[in-house]
Design a protein around this ligand. Sequence first.
Ligand code: SF4
Length: 500
Amino acid sequence: MLTSEKASSSVISEGRLSMESFETESARRGRQLADLYHRYHIDTEEVDDVQSLPIRFLVEIGKVGLAKYIFKEIIHYKGNAEVILSRPCTYGVFSGPVGGFSPRPHLCVGCLRCTIQHPEFVKVLPNPERLSLGDSYTTHGHIAAIDEEAKKGMVPVRGQGYRGRFGGPGFDGMLTDMSEIVRPSRDGIHGRELIGTSVDIGSKPMHLCFDEKGEIIGNTPKMFNIQVPFIFDIPPGDLGTEKLIRVIDSTSKEIDSLACVTSSDVERMAIDSANIIPVLSIDEAEKSSNFPNARLIQLDGWDSSAVDTARSVSDAMIGVRIKFEEGWQPKLDSAVNHGVEVIHLLADLHGRGEDGQFVTELFKEAHLRLIEQGRRDLVTLIGAGGIIGADHVPKSIISGLDAVALDLPVLFALQGRSAGSLVNRAGVIGNLPKKMDEGWAKQRLTNLCGSWRDQLLEILGAMGIREVRRLRGEFGRSMIVEHLEDEAFEGIAGYVGGGN
Ligand code: SF4
């Protein structure tokens, strides 16, 4: 009896031991698996300026007024140096060796404390050189924001609240719906929650078909994945230098995105690879065979026979670029009828189509058109034109796009200046910094992408949306300022409406 009890207790303890070792082993394997998992992240790192923007404010001091003031203070405070030498500016504008006689305006943040305290001899004025950057659409404010995002790779935070207009033309006419109720599900930036920013490029059938054995038949998804809903467009105007193309090529590889490059540049620079989209004119469709590594090739314009030619010589997906010009809708329909998987829609650099409509309306029209036809998922819509701020990415996606293409932000991220048009692509004349180092430029562009992705995560988190693919066409999560104003003020004497 004793012997059998001993035996059974030894079996139980062996059982416990083996259970413990099983648990330990399974925990060890779990840890190993967890360590293998790599959450997508863009590595940002602050980089120095090589061509700083003009300073924001000019600080003008009346030297006679300042001297009189100091003289009065010496008498009043009986030579108390601590009081006499105290400065009204906590940002150090007057903290140089000779104080206010030689101010340091690059430190000024425009708080206006000095002008309120000493209006008789201090003036703080906006710097006209800074105000002259950009144009009526791509304002100096956009350029400064891009510059800061590309420098630091962070979400710009002022700590002074939002000081701009609530509403305005273009993308400013759309507000996004961010609810406090969903806040617990946020924090996609710091890693507590996963919020996906990857998007599918290509075509998915509207439904799957199976045979009687349960095997899939008919069309299957034909697509690949990129990690962010933005790609780099062909550099506009004269920006497409070898150096810049090398920078967008290496940055798109780094962040797992795509870069559109003209086919001649791809061949000349021998950069055919999975992240490059060679763009060919429709007359050159047969040259698609020259890019065996491309996953997507674009034809500049819609022509069914050119698409057939390209397909006959290349295994890559063939996309088409369609401008928002008269007759773009039937071109879109025909391209989708023809099985084109990716359509790249182009507005001018102010985000307007030929008829003057803004891209939010144009993207919406393209998206709803395909929905009404019951075939939205058959095609990926990429859009370009007027996207020059981080918030323009989610607003374009809400308007119906899958992804956006970046043009001018690349110029400003690299501290370039434009001497030409900021409306027509062909008219852009860019001056990139003379001493532009490619490593520096790649890091700046990577920083911009990291900052814009983080701002996208902020919006998705605040909306409680777990992945950017679900944001596509979510008009209900946006509000149009004009509609809100009509709702609130229509019928009140003096209200004109129409955003005026
Ligand atoms: S405006 Fe503010 S930051 Fe600028 S100089 Fe005056 S006190 Fe300093």
